[in-house]
Design a protein. Structure first.
Length: 88
């Protein structure tokens, strides 16, 4: 089976075949409270944070997936987040 080339179908762009080597730089860690670059890391949760106020908020109100057991499935965390954001 032959695949269409760029010459055969110039309107088709071969995004599927785009390849890139793995990045050599480490990924950026963003603060989950502010969205800024997380310069610091909370030792108990491992989450990155950018400011002292963000660290305090993480300690006061940890994300739902940290409130559950370490093996809690994804859907359980989503259920808790939906329950917390539902109007009273």
């Amino acid at each position: 089976e032959e695949h269409a080339t760029h010459k055969d179908a110039p309107h088709l762009i071969p995004y599927v075949r785009a390849m890139a080597a793995p990045s050599t730089t480490p990924g950026r860690k963003l603060c989950s409270v502010t969205g800024l670059l997380g310069k610091y890391r909370d030792p108990s949760s491992g989450l990155a944070y950018a400011t002292h106020a963000a660290a305090e908020q993480l300690k006061d109100t940890p994300p739902p997936w940290l409130q559950l057991s370490g093996n809690a499935p994804y859907y359980e965390a989503i259920r808790i987040m939906k329950k917390e954001s539902a109007p009273p």
